[in-house]
Design a protein around this ligand. Structure first.
Ligand SMILES: Cc1ncc(COP(=O)(O)O)c(C=O)c1O
Length: 482
């Protein structure tokens, strides 16, 4: 392992955590679920720990700690602008809980500014689909043969819509296939048709250097949204970086404290953005954590991160495509650079929930299974017929999750190694050969798969009810032993 990767791995909290397996052994946990959420960076945790000594209310207090906390909170906005190439004169940074909230905020702002069509692609996460349905009529762009979004197809669809599309909102990277659409070229096309271009950066920002682009750049982004918990800052904060003009005038999404200039019994005057769109007490700790993560990633070096991840993608593709019976959804060509380390697949005819459960219980590997909050894309990848989609919907409406179509997803972070991929491949190959120790059962309602009769060790290992520090611990003595 090279020195850079060793340095990265020292930065990751929880890398050396051992988890219990079905047979009672402990195994070092292999986390391959980074597209869902990443572990924390140690520097983020340490920054937060240090900041907590000074933590206080922001904006409205004159005490020293309040002024200091306000300084840190506003500094976090600067960090977000720096990391995304934003311009403080043109862009505003609004802190939100996550990408979902950020997309709802953008959709609300667009709706408040008038009617019109919105265009999204069919590969979007539900968070970049459903909010737009409230903001106007939504057009859906189909994917090209490579599973990406082609500028030519966007151009044709925008032309057909006769200049009525107000915004194109696309994923910077797919959480299912890992495909990285050419967002700046797509933005160029959107702008040529008078539409804005918004990017769901939930998957992109943790893996690639991003840039909003200069005012005169036709490929500039009008908004970028991302979540801290997917980029090593799991403290409940995400960000919207957007063209200031989107937040001028109109009604904020949430109203209440902290976002007004004055209130009478009849009327209220809203503050300017970003305050107008951050009603209530903000998540100061989350913003500090997000800023620390963005700065830590920059210090690790985006060139090095991108090079390491590209090498890992090539390695993983070569290894995974060699697993007998594995059907990968999404690009398998190791020469393609427009993809992240997100690998969604099925293994022979084995149900996805069973594969994921065996990997967890017998190999200590964390992956995800299901439809990944991207149902329209999964329906396409799994080639479900209209009848099958209707059956899926009926089953979900009845809240019976067993046996529904889906897939398994393994996703890499900046710290994963070839050994992690090898562990996955060994596990999958063993499952394909039928080397399975447990007798797995699926809960007919939840669809959760677990080995029959096996105790759930989660509480034995780490139970929040036990972990709450006893009064003794607060007084400086150790809490209850685990
Ligand atoms: C592409 C994409 N967009 C949006 C989201 C939603 O992010 P969050 O759950 O942080 O709101 C996700 C989460 O998986 C995602 O992968």
């Amino acid at each position: 392992m090279d020195r850079w990767l060793e340095r990265v791995r020292r930065e990751i909290v929880g890398l050396e955590t051992f988890v219990p397996l079905l047979d009672g052994r402990l195994a070092r946990y292999v986390n391959l679920d980074n597209a869902a959420t990443t572990p924390a960076l140690a520097s983020v945790r340490d920054t937060v720990d240090g900041f907590l000594e000074w933590y206080s209310s922001v904006h409205r207090g004159v005490g020293f700690k309040s002024r200091l906390a306000t300084h840190w909170y506003e500094d976090a906005r600067r960090a977000v602008l720096e990391a995304t190439g934003g311009d403080p004169d043109r862009h505003v940074v609004v802190f939100v809980r996550n990408t979902t909230e950020g997309m709802n905020l953008l959709a609300h702002r667009l709706l408040a500014a008038g009617d019109g069509l919105i265009l999204v692609s069919v590969l979007e996460h539900h968070s970049n689909m459903l909010p737009w349905r409230r903001a106007g009529r939504v057009l859906h762009l189909e994917l090209d043969d490579e599973g990406s979004i082609a500028p030519e197809a966007l151009d044709a669809q925008l032309r057909a819509a006769g200049g009525h599309v107000r915004a194109v909102s696309i994923s910077g990277a797919s959480n299912v296939t890992g495909v990285v659409p050419p967002v700046h070229r797509l933005a160029e096309v959107a702008h040529a048709h008078g539409a804005r271009c918004f990017v769901d950066g939930a998957q992109l920002v943790p893996h690639r250097r991003v840039a909003m682009g200069a005012a005169a750049d036709p490929g500039r982004l009008d908004a970028l949204v991302f979540s801290g918990h997917k980029l090593y800052a799991p403290y409940g904060c995400g960000a919207v970086v957007a063209d200031r003009r989107l937040f001028e005038g109109g009604e904020p999404l949430l109203v209440g404290g902290g976002m007004v200039r004055s209130v009478t019994l009849e009327e209220a005057d809203w503050a300017d953005a970003p305050e107008s769109d951050e009603a209530g007490s903000p998540n100061v700790v989350g913003a500090v954590a997000l800023a620390a993560a963005l700065r830590a990633l920059a210090a690790l070096g985006w060139d090095a991160i991108e090079a390491h991840e590209a090498a890992m993608v090539r390695y993983a593709l070569a290894r995974l495509t060699g697993v007998p019976g594995l059907a990968l959804y999404g690009p398998a060509d190791p020469a393609r650079t427009d993809r992240l380390g997100v690998f969604t697949f099925n293994l022979g005819g084995i149900p996805h929930g069973r594969v994921a459960a065996i990997l967890a219980y017998e190999h200590g590997i964390g992956v995800r299974n299901g439809c990944f909050c991207a149902h329209p894309l999964l329906f396409r990848l799994l080639r479900l017929t209209a009848d099958q989609v209707e059956r899926f919907r009926a089953q979900m409406r009845a809240n019976r999750h067993a046996g529904v179509p889906g897939a398994v997803r393994a996703s890499l972070g900046i710290y994963n190694t070839p050994d992690d991929v090898d562990a996955l491949v060994r596990g999958l190959a063993a499952i394909a050969r039928g080397e399975v120790a447990g007798r797995y059962e699926e809960d007919p309602l939840t669809g959760e798969v677990a080995p029959a009769g096996a105790p759930d060790r989660v509480r034995d290992v780490f139970d929040p009810a036990v972990y709450v520090p006893a009064p003794d611990a607060v007084a400086g003595r150790p809490g209850p032993a685990l």
